[in-house]
Design a protein around this ligand. Sequence first.
Ligand code: NCD
Length: 326
Amino acid sequence: MNENKWNRSHILGLVDWQEFEYDILLETASSFREVLSRATKKVPALQGQVITNLFFESSTRTRSSFELAAKRLSADTLNFSPSTSSLSKGETILDTAMTYLAMGTDIMVIRHQHAGVPQAIAAEMDRLGNGVSVLNAGDGQHEHPSQALLDLFTLCNLLDSETPRIGLLSGKKIAIVGDILHSRVARSNIWSLTKAGCDIHLAGPPTLLPELFSQFVPGKITIHRELANALADADFVMTLRLQKERMGEQLIPSLREYHQQFGITRESLAHCKKGAKVLHPGPVNRGVEISSELVDDSSLSLISDQVTNGVAIRMALLYLIGTLKH
Ligand code: NCD
């Protein structure tokens, strides 16, 4: 058991997370994973609490996963999506948040295309002193903490499913490949995986992976322009979607050429350590950043484990922040 106590009421980013926080979260997620394997997959932990999903940007897995996690904890859920809301009538984001607040929301899960929106709403909740928690479900290119946490859980769980803990990843080599510039998933993973003591190797073309990324955590991150060098002896490979919606201009010559240079395939995995596994946060562009056959090969790909683990990790996050004040 960890003697340090959970003390975080908002989950906005991983940049300042301590090792003990990761361990408390992994331990909690592990127990919820067990709950999810039972015949009755529900616990009464957050009964009566209202959890509101405010997704200003589209999402499949993150949004559904938060909704299911909230329901498994017996909370009541509200869902907001911009296309069917009063946003189109000119209402501001803060007024939207205040509307859900007036309905008794206890936790807001927020995704927005602009960096900083969840932080601004959290600051307003703190100013009002209402005890409402904010969970960042992806803000612009900034952070996507719950995704990096489910990635961490997936990796640690693979190494020790009885007692997943961050220390298990110390000294592991992880290659993160592709459109790192536009990826909030990569940024959050850089914070968690460097805290875990991993050796991080980033690979991509200069237009999608500027040199300055090596300065994120000096001495812990190596940049590669040749995929084979990044993959050499790697324990895990994380590949990322080309975020075309965030590119203002053409940043790669062609999809075919990109796939040839940076696409992850069974063949490119041969550079890695034997038994190396592939992660992808989804949504996947088959045949671009990863070959279609690799996506479907469960002996090499952890993609569906990531989705499954996403529910347990989000239950753990909601539980920890939802029970903090009680
Ligand atoms: C990611 C996101 O939205 O940041 N997806 C996700 O949450 N599972 C990555 C992406 O969009 O490529």
